[in-house]
Design a protein around this ligand. Structure first.
Ligand SMILES: [Fe+2]
Length: 258
């Protein structure tokens, strides 16, 4: 008679072979992501009565994720379209309002990019598309969306520069401090400068539905929507001035470029 442990051991073996096969089959998907998808699918089907079928269920689910994964390269001119596709896949159906906000921030970034050196323009637009992907259920882990988003991007092989921009966007460090995730966020470098300011500006001047707003309108909306106990609102006491200063500096550049 076959014991439960034997069945589980056989499923383990099959899944290890499956992972190897899927990594080879989807060469554009980073192996760490394939592994992550497998583990997630597996935990979902772990309790299935017919354990022998688990590898089949897992394979079907991972193939669906791999097919939806953008195959464009994350380097060069395709970076911003990769970022847009990724954000659309993660946010559009699940969080339509967050997706509308994201599209608004990216529109703004396309406009603001002209004040940056040429080599940073695409980085701004790409970072704008992915800055809030950490809200997607597929990515949510610590609950600090800039951190969850940045870790996903790092696993996907995106450059440190963009991961850092996403990790630290719009005063995330102060929120991380309040929720005890400052050390985790410090995995990512916070490069201060025009590019960082510009991303904060785009985020701070776009409302939750994607329409343009003023930074003061945006801050009032954040306070009202989240309530006084939310860490993002409590963090405004620490990062409010920094947010305003980033917006002011970018405004100045835009005025000069007009
Ligand atoms: Fe945002």
């Amino acid at each position: 008679m076959t014991t439960t442990a034997e069945v589980a051991g056989r499923a383990d073996e099959k899944i290890r072979r499956l992972e190897f096969q899927l990594v080879r089959e989807y060469g554009d998907v980073p192996p760490s992501l394939v592994h992550e998808w497998i583990e997630r699918a597996r935990s979902r089907f772990g309790g299935a009565r017919l354990q022998d079928y688990v590898p089949l269920f897992v394979a079907r689910e991972v193939r669906a994720s791999a097919r939806a994964f953008p195959v464009e390269t994350t380097a060069g001119t395709n970076l911003s379209s990769w970022a847009r596709n990724t954000a659309r896949r993660l946010l559009a159906a699940e969080l339509p309002r967050r997706w509308a906000h994201t599209a608004g921030v990216a529109r703004r970034a396309e406009h603001v990019a002209r004040v940056l050196p040429e080599g940073e323009r695409e980085l701004l637009v790409a970072a704008a598309w992915v800055h809030d992907i950490g809200y997607a259920a597929e990515l949510a882990d610590t609950g600090l969306h800039p951190l969850d988003g940045a870790r996903y991007l790092r696993r996907a092989g995106v450059s440190d520069r963009i991961c850092g921009l996403v990790a630290h966007h719009s005063g995330a460090a102060a929120v991380a401090e309040l929720v005890g995730l400052a050390d985790d966020l410090a995995e990512f470098e916070d490069n201060r400068g025009r590019l960082r300011d510009a991303l904060w500006y785009c985020d701070m001047s776009t409302g939750p539905d994607g329409s343009p707003t003023t930074v003061h309108g945006r801050l009032a909306e954040i306070r009202q929507r989240r309530g006084p106990d939310d860490p993002v609102v409590r963090a405004l006491a620490m990062n409010g001035d920094e947010r305003l200063a980033a917006v002011r500096r970018t405004h100045r550049l835009l005025r000069r470029a007009a």
